[in-house]
Design a protein. Sequence first.
Length: 145
Amino acid sequence: MNTFDALFQRLAQSPFRQRFRLGRSEYDYCLTKGEADVAAHAATLVQQRLAASAPPNDGKQTPMRGHPVFIAQHATATCCRGCLAKWHGIAQHQALDDKHQAYVVAVIMHWIHQAMAQPAPAPRVRKARAAAKSPSPGSQQLDLW
C-alpha cells in the first residue's frame, strides 16, 4: 500500500476536493515543463506561501486556478495552514520545517502524477461573441445618424 493511499481515500470522500481537475493548459504546462520543474515550483510555492507559522492571508493565499500546483494544493488540502492541520495533522501555528515542506511537495506531486496519468483534457472551446446585428434593409428600424 502506498504511503498516501489512506490520505487520498479520505480526500476522495470530499466533494470539494474531488472537483479539482487539471485543465488542458495546466496539463500541457506539466508536459512542457517536466516533473523536475513542476516539483521545483511546488517547493518554491510551499516555502513562500505555507512555511511561515502565520502566513499572510492564510486561507486565501492559494489561487483556485492558473497553475497545476495551485489546483493540486486544493485537491490535496495543502492549500492553507488550516487544511494542513485538519487533513494532514500538521500543527497550524508552527513554521514548517524541511521535512514537512518535503511531505507537502510529495503529496502535491503524487496528485499531479495521478492527474497526468489520465487522458489529456479536451481543449477549452471559447464561444464566439455574437456580432452586432445590423438592421436588415427592409426593417422598420429608424436610422438616426
